[in-house]
Design a protein around this ligand. Sequence first.
Ligand code: C5P
Length: 312
Amino acid sequence: MIDRGATKTVHVRAPGKINVFLKVGAVMPDGYHDLATAYQAVSLYEDVFASPASDFSVVFEGGHIDTSGLETDGSNLAIRAARLLARRAGYREGVSLRISKNVPIAGGMGGGSADAAAALLACDTLWGTDLGRDELLALASELGADVPFALAGGTAIGTGRGDQLSPALAKGQFQWVLVLPEHGVSTPEVYRELDRHRERHAQDIFPAQGQPLVDADVLQALRAGDPHMLAESLSNDLQAPALHLSPGLATVLEVGEQNGALAGIVSGSGPTVAFLAADLDGALELQIALSAARHHVVRATGPVAGARVVAD
Ligand code: C5P
C-alpha cells in the first residue's frame, strides 16, 4: 500500500491464465456451457491501483498493451467489480482505478477477469470491507466465469461455468512461449461457433451431453511437473472453433511446433497461442524463432500466485 498523506493507494497484481485442458459440455439453462477445465496462472500480470474517490472511474496506463479500444465507462468489468463490492458491503463512496495491462485484450488469457479480481481485492483492502476469501470468490463468480480463478491463482480445476474451483496438486514451473494476437476475438462468438459445429455434426452432440471431466493424464502431468507429459495431454475443445474463426492460427501452431515447442495450444477461446517448452533454454530458442517469423511473442512461467496486494 502506498500512503501519501491523506491519499492512500492500494496496488494489487493479478495473473493471466492458460487453460491446459478445457472440455466443453452441454449448454446449461443460464446459457453458459458446462465445463471441465484445468487452469494454470502464468506470469503475465495486470496491475491495478485503487485510490479513494467519490465516484467510480478507470484509466489504463503503461503496460505493454494498446488499450485505446477499451471501455472505461460503467460497462468496464473492473468498475463493475468495484460497484458490486460497494453494494454488497454497503460502502457509499467510489474508487479511482488505474490499470496497467500486460495480458492481451480478448486474447483468451483472462485479462479482463484479472482486472476484475484485482479490483475486488484492491477495493476490499482500500475500503477495509474485509469480506474474506470465500465472499470475494462468490462476488467474483457473479462477474464472470474466469474471475474466481484470477483471485485464486496457482493451478486449479474449474467446473460448472469454470467458476467452481477445486485445487489441483502441481509441482515445479512450466515454461511457456505465448504468441499474442494482433486482434482479439469475442468469447461468446467462439462458443457459438462450437455450438454451430456440434449442430452440423450431430454425432458430436452426444459426448457433449455427459458431465465433462478433466483427463487423469493432465492431472498426473501437473502433479509430476513434467512438461513432456503435459505436452501430450494439452487439450482444448475451443481450439477448433477458434481456428475456424482465425485460420491464421494454424500456421502459428505449425511454426511453433517446427521450432522446438513440445506442443502448442490455443489459450481458452483464443486467439493467443501458448507453446509449452521443455525448459528455459527451449523457451528462449522458441521465442527467437517465433519473433523472427514476425510474431509478437512473450515468455511466461506458471503456475504463479493469484491476486495479491503488492507492498510498494
Ligand atoms: O463469464 P464470461 O463473461 O467470461 O463469459 C463470456 C461468455 O462466454 C459468456 O457470455 C458465454 O457466451 C461464454 N461462456 C460459456 N460457457 C462458459 C463460459 C463462458 O458459454 N462456461
